[in-house]
Design a protein around this ligand. Structure first.
Ligand SMILES: NC(=O)c1ccc[n+]([C@@H]2O[C@H](COP(=O)([O-])OP(=O)(O)OC[C@H]3O[C@@H](n4cnc5c(N)ncnc54)[C@H](OP(=O)(O)O)[C@@H]3O)[C@@H](O)[C@H]2O)c1
Length: 209
């Protein structure tokens, strides 16, 4: 899911061009903020070999600015919806699950309070799942992007007046780089890299792990 734009579309595109049959779902196929829509999607898509858990991000706000309605919506969108999809879509033995989370799971950002809270919560569940699914040789990789050049990020940076040329690599990451990373893991059958959270941020963070 989240396969129609940005990072998700890049993953779908690279997997497709390396010969995988891809179903790139957008908000029209499943709205992860709506439990009924999520249940319907999971019932219609019971099994797969590769599952990419991805959805839209929340608005940038400090925790004090977030309304109760927003907490509730993004609890569904970023946490409950993801838990349901992870639980109810069966990934076949030897398959892969990729989560697109955010670098905020390792370093919460004041202006990204919703994302920091719910992505950290789901990262814990994803880790638990990786330990269970290892027995069936299903590998789980949590990709935690920093600044990746999608339309949404460009808008955010413009609003915040942040210049990507000041980043360590002098640029944002390209969605294609995440797509190539995912395809390399799948196509080269790298299985033992499971249960990990990979910060994908061009050396933007200061933490070691
Ligand atoms: N790009 C970055 O720099 C960055 C950094 C850290 C974390 N992230 C997170 O990584 C994820 C992907 O980022 P992106 O920049 O690729 O986002 P994007 O370009 O905004 O694409 C979002 C994708 O999610 C889908 N989507 C939006 N709302 C949805 C909903 N309620 N239910 C189901 N699908 C929904 C969209 O479908 P439609 O096309 O149908 O709307 C689209 O395919 C987001 O959660 C984002 O917050 C991104």
């Amino acid at each position: 899911m989240g396969g129609t734009r940005g990072i998700g579309r890049a993953i779908a595109g690279v997997l497709e061009s390396s010969g995988h049959a891809v179903r790139a779902a957008g908000r029209g196929d499943v709205d992860t903020s709506d439990p009924v829509s999520v249940a319907r999607f999971a019932a219609a898509n019971r099994t797969t070999d590769i599952l990419v858990l991805n959805t839209g991000g929340p608005p940038p706000k400090t925790y004090a600015e977030v309304t109760d309605a927003e907490w509730s919506k993004y609890h569904n969108q970023l946490f409950l919806g993801m838990v349901t999809l992870l639980r109810d879509i069966r990934v076949r033995n030897g398959g892969y699950i990729f989560l697109i989370s955010s670098a905020v799971v390792k370093e919460p950002t004041p202006r990204l309070a919703i994302s920091s809270a719910y992505r950290a919560a789901f990262t814990e569940i994803f880790k638990l799942a990786s330990r269970e699914l290892a027995a069936r040789n299903v590998s789980c990789v949590n990709i935690a992007p920093g600044m990746i050049a999608t339309d949404r990020t460009r808008e955010l940076l413009d609003d915040m007046r942040v210049d990507p040329s000041t980043f360590p690599m002098g640029r944002m990451g390209e969605p294609r780089e995440i797509g190539e990373f995912v395809a390399a893991i799948v196509d080269r059958e790298i299985k033992y890299l499971s249960g990990i959270t990979v910060t994908f941020d061009g050396a933007g963070s200061a933490h070691v792990f």
